[in-house]
Unconditional design. Structure first.
Length: 272
């Protein structure tokens, strides 16, 4: 089970309260599914009833969240809508009425594990950025590594510096006025960024393991969620409107990295 912690706070009271309720309902369903005091039929029926509540609440929550993002002109709205659609599709993907009791309980248990992890990663890697996105592509200074991003851990700081350099290279390439078709070059830089990000996360997690850092599990979830986002970048979209697409991509990647470093990585203790 996943609990709503301070790491999940967006600072937007309505959204935070609704996230708490989503966690509460998922945990209630998970608890019912392991309740040995009830018959299998009772367990399945109770879980199904709560599942309907979860589906309805999630739809309302996503609507509220998207409306808020629309009001503040948050550039991540489209990405959020896509992620919300994934959650909605998952909760609507099974026909419980056609399953026998044991199959229904097993499928619901698997779904609760999936939804808990999805929600946790989504909040940490996407919702915590709501209202905090800055137009980094128009401000090259923000793509320069500085002391305020330091963790005090030499390896991690060096790798963060390299990530900033790759993002700056991507931004500079995108703003090159005399290069008519930048598609292949952009794809190369994006692929380099993906590969280096994976390497960095592996190195960072090994360091955290070496000092038995209690925040490792949260970091792993965040890292995997970010890798998933990188893997889902549709480079075919780049060719349609190269500059606009890459501007949005740079803003997301840089804001995520800055937020992650200052909110999560700077908590990692320096090895004595």
């Amino acid at each position: 089970m996943y609990q709503f912690t301070d790491d999940c706070l967006t600072g937007i009271e309505t959204i935070d309260n609704e996230h708490r309720q989503l966690f509460k309902t998922i945990n209630e369903i998970s608890g019912i599914l392991t309740d040995e005091t009830k018959s299998a039929d009772e367990v399945l029926q109770s879980a199904k009833d709560l599942m309907l509540t979860l589906k309805e609440y999630a739809v309302n929550h996503f609507t509220h969240e998207e409306n808020y993002m629309r009001e503040i002109h948050d550039p991540e709205l489209l990405r959020q809508q896509r992620e919300h659609a994934v959650f909605t599709e998952k909760v609507n993907s099974e026909d419980w009425e056609r399953m026998d009791v044991s199959q229904g309980i097993r499928v619901l248990q698997d779904m609760m594990e999936y939804l808990s992890l999805w929600l946790y990663r989504h909040i940490l890697s996407s919702d915590t950025l709501i209202g905090k996105m800055k137009a980094v592509h128009d401000n090259p200074v923000m793509l320069a590594f500085s002391d305020k991003y330091c963790t005090g851990i030499d390896l991690i700081d060096k790798e963060h510096m390299r990530l900033f350099e790759i993002l700056a290279d991507l931004n500079e390439l995108n703003r090159e006025e005399f290069l008519s078709d930048k598609y292949d070059a952009i794809v190369d830089v994006v692929e380099e960024l993906k590969d280096y990000t994976v390497k960095h996360f592996q190195d960072e997690e090994r360091y955290m393991e070496s000092i038995q850092y209690e925040g490792l599990a949260v970091q792993r979830n965040l890292h995997q969620s970010f890798i998933d986002k990188m893997d889902n970048i549709d480079l075919s979209d780049v060719d349609e409107n190269q500059q606009a697409y890459i501007d949005v991509l740079i803003d997301f990647l840089a804001n995520w990295l800055i937020n992650h470093i200052m909110k999560m990585d700077q908590r990692i203790p320096v090895k004595n």
